[in-house]
Ligand binder design. Sequence first.
Ligand SMILES: Nc1ncnc2c1ncn2[C@@H]1O[C@H](COP(=O)(O)OP(=O)(O)OP(=O)(O)O)[C@@H](O)[C@H]1O
Ligand SMILES: [Mg+2]
Length: 386
Amino acid sequence: MAAELLSATSFIYDRAVTERFPTVGVIGAGQLARMMVAPATALGVRLRLFAQSSQDSGAQMCEHVVGDYKDLEALKKFARDCDVITFEHELIPLSVIKGLESSGVRVFPPSSAFIYSQDKAAMREKLGAFPSPHWKVVTSASEMDQFPLIAKSISGGYDGRGVRQVNSQDELEEILKTTPQLLIEELIAFDCEIAVMVARSPHGQATSWTPTETVQKDGICTLTITPAASIDSVLAERAQQLALDIAQEVGVVGVMAVEMFIKGDNIFVNELAMRPHNSGHWTIDGSRTSQFEQHLRAILDLPLGDPAMTDEFAVMGNILGGEKMDMYRPYLHLMARNPELKFHQYKKEVRLGRKIGHVTATGSDLLQLTSDVQHARDYMSGAIDE
Ligand SMILES: Nc1ncnc2c1ncn2[C@@H]1O[C@H](COP(=O)(O)OP(=O)(O)OP(=O)(O)O)[C@@H](O)[C@H]1O
Ligand SMILES: [Mg+2]
């Protein structure tokens, strides 16, 4: 009898404790969801993923269901057991997000903001008052007579897929055969590319991290340097303010990356990503609050954390799939060589050019940090043997 009473009491106690903590549902279970697991665990927040497969990077180590993210009914069912729904990729059809909202599900970022990270033409139109490259949506090559220019798929692009430099009307005509509508942009001969990460909560509290310089090769980000080394503090502050103003303008809730081009003293907005972003991975090891923790705080309408850096510089290198299949063995050499390096594995199948992990170093000697990160990155992917 006593034992029964005791277990009944502890059951009530457990429920009371756990029920005060919310459940966050994430649509998508890639590496971004995976990196949300650690801060969710620390905060006591239950995280559930809507995965495409149990082998997905995040699904390997987090509670999940498997389903099709285009299936509104399946998502509604998933959402029943969540207090708030968020995303870790931009492929979920807007109609599905709206369907969730109209059935009373709390979705952050809301569809009214999310559209600007899915539809580059809608984003250009919405941000008309912000400094941007000249742009136009075209369906016929004859609409353009000045080349070179940049042609982009209006939606569905990532890692530079769907973005091309076009040098002639003939080339443009060729692309229009497979993509009947394109966003055409003035080609900006930029000095460097930066990204400013911001976070905004439903009641409008907003923070931003110091701007990050992103280095891309073949359309894929290979290295980030924070604070952006090629810009001065005045420009950095302007970029941060710009990102905060854009967050307010589009009404984002959660974390957002504002990608920008810098040319001289000019800033041009490139695009928006409304989720934790590759250019914010350094925050895990180099900021008081990581972008993954901040995203959870923002969508739960909790006070936001301190985005200050914990060191003078943070350098992050993406590990891209190469010849090496074994990602564990290189630890022996690299950890002995550079004990300060921080490794992050996504546990994805190694495929050529695919982002399979990243490595970060923080400290005060930027040249040394950069060289250590580049070495580790290239060693991991097999581009160098020593
Ligand atoms: N107007 C432009 N002028 C010059 N370069 C550009 C322009 N637009 C894009 N680029 C180059 O192409 C890259 C990819 O473009 P964008 O960010 O729009 O595409 P994306 O496929 O969504 O990329 P990702 O998802 O990797 O950020 C940019 O990082 C930049 O290097
Ligand atoms: Mg981009």
